[in-house]
Design a binder for this molecule. Structure first.
Ligand code: FES
Ligand code: FE2
Length: 323
């Protein structure tokens, strides 16, 4: 975990923060509380109250006359502003900052941070382009998984695990990596995935089977170590499935997926909920396998199509240098 400092991390999409409802998150072994006030201003402070260590994320928000809000500690109700200052009982004076605020970079609805470390990798423009050109359909697959960030990233760039981890979902017969473009910490994988042909019975049971192509084509665009975007297009819709990864602790990592689409047919709108659910199942299956592997096993067998994992391993070793 120690050498991923300097990467940007997407903490949340604004829709994940209900106004005045504190949310806890962890990054590099530190817990923080994140909250959004009624005016849409977002702040983050270390989560341990400087009085006696209670979790501020378990507290509540107190709206000030001018509309911003302070976070109140659940133990003795001290209130902290965005700068981590409080007013002690019996005093009318504000203290100096007792909790150093975490620096956030807010781009539209996207809440990024470098976790307080010096930036070494830029925040990609891609997410702003997607957010401005596509309709946001929602957040899905949010999980905190008991696995280290390297194991999580290897899984996300392993193009063979459809056959095992996700076998019932897509009925993919094989995965062909048509092209892998390695641009240092940025890469593209173009995949072709022939599917098992549905039987007459399966088609009768689920006619939507006919709408699925015989070969699922996918373009994955990867930004090491924090994001992977699946670009998908068909006649009904264009989809941007944006995965975000965060190292919470040495042995715990967080993932969530932001889904955006462009509808090419009115049917697309009917599929939104199914899409969110489908990806939630996919992430659940990934989370399950990640809790069922021995993470530091020496790999003694190599399969085809492991270019994505090679890219992850090299990027991890050499981070923040690109090659
Ligand atoms: S522990 Fe937070 S106010 Fe006492
Ligand atoms: Fe997966």
């Amino acid at each position: 975990m120690k050498h991923l400092q300097g990467s940007p991390w997407l903490l949340a999409h604004r829709s994940m923060l209900k106004p005045n409802q504190p949310k806890k998150f962890s990054l590099f072994g530190q817990d923080y509380v994140l909250w959004q006030d009624l005016q849409g201003t977002i702040a983050a402070l270390p989560n341990a109250c400087p009085h006696m260590g209670a979790m501020l994320s378990e507290g509540w928000c107190v709206t000030q006359p001018q509309g911003s809000s302070r976070i109140a500690c659940p133990f003795h109700a001290l209130e902290f502003d965005h700068q981590g200052c409080t007013i002690l009982p019996g005093s009318s004076k504000q203290t100096k900052s007792l909790l150093p605020p975490l620096e956030l970079i807010i781009q539209g609805d996207l809440i990024w941070t470098y976790g307080g470390y010096e930036p070494k990798v830029p925040i990609p423009e891609l997410m702003n382009e997607i957010a401005s050109e596509y309709e946001f359909i929602g957040v899905t697959g949010e999980r905190s998984i008991p696995t280290d960030i390297l194991s999580l990233l290897l899984n996300m760039h392993d193009y063979n695990h459809q056959n095992g981890t996700h076998r019932e979902l897509f009925e993919i017969e094989e995965v062909q990596v048509k092209q892998f473009i390695d641009e240092g910490l940025h890469s593209h994988a173009y995949l072709a995935q022939p599917r098992k042909q549905p039987t007459m019975r399966e088609i009768l049971k689920n006619p939507a089977q006919l709408a699925l192509p015989k070969v699922l084509e996918a373009h994955l665009e990867n930004y090491f170590p924090f994001m992977g975007v699946m670009h998908g297009d068909n006649k009904i819709l264009s989809l941007k499935e944006c995965h975000f990864y965060l190292p919470e602790f040495a042995n715990r990592s967080r993932i969530f997926v932001l889904m955006y689409m462009q509808a090419h047919s009115p049917i697309a709108h009917l599929l939104k909920r199914n899409l969110l659910k489908l990806i939630d199942v996919v992430v659940e299956q990934d989370a399950r396998i990640l809790s069922q592997i021995y993470p530091h096993t020496t790999q003694r067998i190599r399969l085809n199509n492991e270019a994505g994992m090679d890219w992850v391993r090299r990027s991890f070793e050499q981070f923040p240098s690109a090659r």
